[in-house]
Write a protein that binds this ligand. Sequence first.
Ligand SMILES: *Cc1c(COP(=O)(O)O)cnc(C)c1O
Length: 488
Amino acid sequence: MSSYRFDSPIPPLLYEISRPGRRGVLLPESDVPDTPLPDNLVRSDADELRLPEVSEQDVVRHFTKLSHANMSIDTNFYPLGSCTMKYNPKINEAVASHPGFASQHPLGREEDTQGALAVMYRLQHMLAEISGFSAVSLQPAAGAQGELTGILMIRAYHESRGDTKRTKILVPDSAHGTNPATVTMAGYQTVEIPSNNRGTVDLDALRAACGDDVAGLMITNPNTAGLFEEDIVAIVDAVHGCGGLVYGDGANFNAILGIVRPGDLGVDVMHFNLHKTFSTPHGGGGPGAGPVGAAPVLAPFLPGPIVTRGGTDDGDYRFTMPENTIGRLKSFHGNFGMLLRAYAYIMMHGADGLRAISDNAVLNANYLRVLTERAFPVKFKRTCMHEFISVGSVYDGVSTMDVAKRLLDYGFHAPTVYFPLIVKDALMIEPTESENRETLETFADALQAVADEAQNNPDLLHDAPHTTPLRRLDEVSAVRNLVLRYQR
Ligand SMILES: *Cc1c(COP(=O)(O)O)cnc(C)c1O
């Protein structure tokens, strides 16, 4: 029988382990009388089915090995910048799989699903309180969808005022790629705003770009270089001054929980990445959720339904469409399982705990920044927020990609590479608050070891990774010709 194995020095993954006659379960003799099936439903060739014949132990070992072929938060430090790969507390899973939630039907009637609606109502209010917004919609399924939601709301706002000459959205050059993509999807044009040499928005360039053709600005704070936009109040004033509105990309919210509220800074609408800030598994591990919070000026345009409370007496929870809603963004009620996990996480931490998350995320990033800057220089030599950017290409003939791949051999998921675009050959490192001091120090030691190898034995890096189930992938072909199914 043919067998397929990964090209790997570590225990091979065998795929063709089926042997005729092997069984995982023995069923009792059927005591149900045979019932003839219509001819067209009868399988003509019994061999067609080709079910694997394996023992229970074969199956357990196979899938356990497969689960180890990937990096994950539960197995490895995962400093993937801008993705906030923090630990996902297991209590979240207990809450989300509670039968009272897990077995609800999305078409259930409001009166039969009051508990679920109460959780959504409370989560809306907690997120509004944490961020300084007046209302929240839990609809969007991811950060990127939250962005689209926000820009469509800004569009609807201008249209509701008969202001149709605005065609542009300002986006700093440090922005995540989803920002300009969102602008285009919403029918606007992106105007790129340069960064200054401190890594933040060039205020003069921004002011020069403001005008009556500007619908708004998309801004991430702290930005993707892990730097707080200190001029944020002046930035918001400039955009409001020309009649535009401000979209906050909330992906980096983990750095400022309980410290500063985007709504208080004048941001008009913002998405939360529940899967980043509020610990729901993501990045191959599960779906996301990208609720959107809005200031009073935009709250009536939120997508719905949102959960409101009924008359003063009954207090029943019900679904309501906001007054000038842009409509639905998602079928049913968002990614409800993610909402439950985020709710559990926020309840478990409380206000003080949320603040401690950000304090520790920032502390960890700064500790790691100082520990690693000898191995790989840090681009912006300033105190950072929750993440920082190193330059990965400082050793002759060794690229940022080589460094990232070699780190896998040391048992670490690679940092984000070649992003943001404002830093050439960036290694973007975000440790999160959930890592302890020993892990940070071990990672810094690994970076130093890789830096030494880069100078003494660069081929070791060129050929890395050496210990993973698959070696360096051809990422270009993988994108063009994605094969997700096992093929013999
Ligand atoms: C992750 C991220 C997004 C997109 O969020 P998704 O939930 O992945 O769609 C947008 N902006 C920034 C800065 C991000 O880091």
